[in-house]
Design a protein around this ligand. Structure first.
Ligand code: GLU
Length: 449
């Protein structure tokens, strides 16, 4: 057994002991660790300096109480968090998630992934994540506002444009960012660069809303191109119906593919004619309704209540999971393989379990991990920070062109890094090693801090 393998395994064992029960976090760690062993064998200096052992410890975890009043006048309380995981290459950067499932384990997994994702963008941003177990579903606009204000009253003590720059994630979009920014401004000053994903009316970036979905499709486009192929005529399954899913569908359609599914937490739509994007946008973005409304308004669509979209037994070329973590397990992965899937690219963070990833690897399906494939969102957030620092707003075309270039670079670095380890198709290996390499180098250069 090599020294690097023992070193990595001892870190993994320690984490399993110290963070027992943090299942999602340990899953993200277990997915990452084996892929950096060969790299560490080539770089014993990082083992000597215990860079990986230091990196896995978050620099800081903040947990706080978020008291708020509902419309009936009742006093409510939720938990708020911010994980400031790693600031080697820039201020902590990562979204806020408001969802009842949120806990320390989920946010630590997201923040851990964010370190490598942000590193892959090539932009100067460290890794962080935060959020609350607050459930925005069914809340009035005023309740959302009061919650955001109370959340920021505490969070403002810990963030800043050169310290930590939160953005959105599940349950946090432009409306929530607006309320959060309003409160921050009232408490501190007009530092627009303290949050990204802002409205276009006040210092937001064009293409930020579209960026994660577009970026995901650009990543796959570059992969297809290297394989002398395109989206033209491809059948694509998408899960989710939030902004990642919506703008992935938009870009696939633009490039000549056909998306036939989308989903929410209550079920999924199968629309063999192709998803009607205008209708979907109207239901989800304007009216904030459930997907059942889509099926009511479109005769070609079937609604499957209470079922996962990944149980669908129809032919598929490309799968884009854009809903949430662990939505595809090994049996759902088997179903996709059986129905012809050639590429699985993650729009959500860790939507495939470790077992699902092995199914894809064994079946020689291209697996594009989220930390590479969905990095377009945070990349455009970093471009929003640049625009804010310049006090300028760039045109859509400029942002979109840069996004496409960034995704091309990420794809290329994943594939070339994997190839340098003799495993060219292993984009997970490529993403993990390339993301880690930069952070490790900078941590060593900055000394023991
Ligand atoms: N929440 C997004 C992600 O998972 C975006 C984060 C950001 O823009 O800071 O990468």
């Amino acid at each position: 057994m090599s020294n690097a393998r023992e070193y990595v395994q001892s870190i993994q064992e320690q984490l399993h002991r110290k963070d027992e029960g943090q299942t999602e976090f340990l899953q993200a760690v277990d997915e990452f660790m084996p892929t950096v062993i060969q790299f560490l064998e080539k770089h014993p200096e990082y083992i000597e300096k215990n860079i990986l052992g230091i990196l896995v410890e978050p620099e800081r975890i903040i947990q706080f109480r978020v008291p708020w009043q509902d419309d009936q006048g009742n006093w409510q309380v939720n938990r708020g968090y911010r994980i400031q995981y790693n600031s080697a290459i820039g201020p902590y950067k990562g979204g806020l998630r408001f969802h009842p499932s949120v806990n320390l384990s989920i946010l630590k997994f997201l923040a851990f992934e964010q370190i490598f994702k942000n590193s892959l963008t090539g932009l100067p941003i460290g890794g962080g994540k935060g959020g609350s177990d607050f459930d925005p579903k069914g809340k009035s606009d005023n309740e959302i506002m009061r919650f955001c204000q109370s959340f920021m009253l505490e969070l403002a003590k810990h963030i800043g444009p050169s310290v930590d720059v939160p953005a959105g994630d599940i349950g946090v979009g432009a409306r929530e960012i607006g309320y959060l920014f309003g409160e921050y401004k009232r408490l501190k000053q007009y530092d627009a660069g303290v949050l990204t994903g802002k409205s276009l009316d006040f210092w937001g970036s064009k293409i930020r809303t579209e960026a994660t979905g577009y970026g995901l499709v650009y990543y796959v486009k570059h992969l297809l191109k290297e394989e002398q192929d395109t989206f033209e005529g491809k059948t694509v399954f998408v899960s989710g119906s939030g902004n990642v899913a919506i703008y992935a569908i938009e870009k696939v359609h633009e490039l000549g593919g056909k998306v036939v599914t989308c989903s929410d937490s209550s079920g999924y739509i199968y629309d063999p004619e192709g998803i009607d994007l205008e209708l979907l946008k109207e239901i989800k973005e304007v009216k904030r309704q459930r997907l059942t409304e889509y099926a009511n308004k479109r005769s070609s669509a079937e609604y499957h209540a209470g079922e996962s979209v990944w149980t669908l037994k129809e032919t598929v070329d490309i799968a884009l999971p854009c809903a949430t973590q662990n939505e595809i397990d090994d049996s759902l992965a088997d179903n996709l393989v059986k129905h012809g899937v050639k590429i699985v690219a993650e729009g959500a963070n860790m939507p495939c379990t470790l077992d699902a990833v092995s199914v894809f690897e064994k079946a020689a399906v291209w697996y594009c991990p989220g930390k590479a494939a969905n990095a377009g969102g945070v990349a455009v957030s970093a471009l929003e920070m640049s625009q804010n620092a310049q006090r300028l707003v760039w045109e859509s075309e400029q942002v979109d062109t840069q996004l496409d270039e960034i995704m091309a670079n990420i794809y290329t670095i994943c594939r070339r890094t994997a190839a340098s380890f003799g495993d060219e198709k292993n984009l997970l290996l490529g993403a993990n090693v390339a993301g880690f390499e930069k952070v490790a180098k900078v941590m060593a250069a900055q000394g023991l801090v």
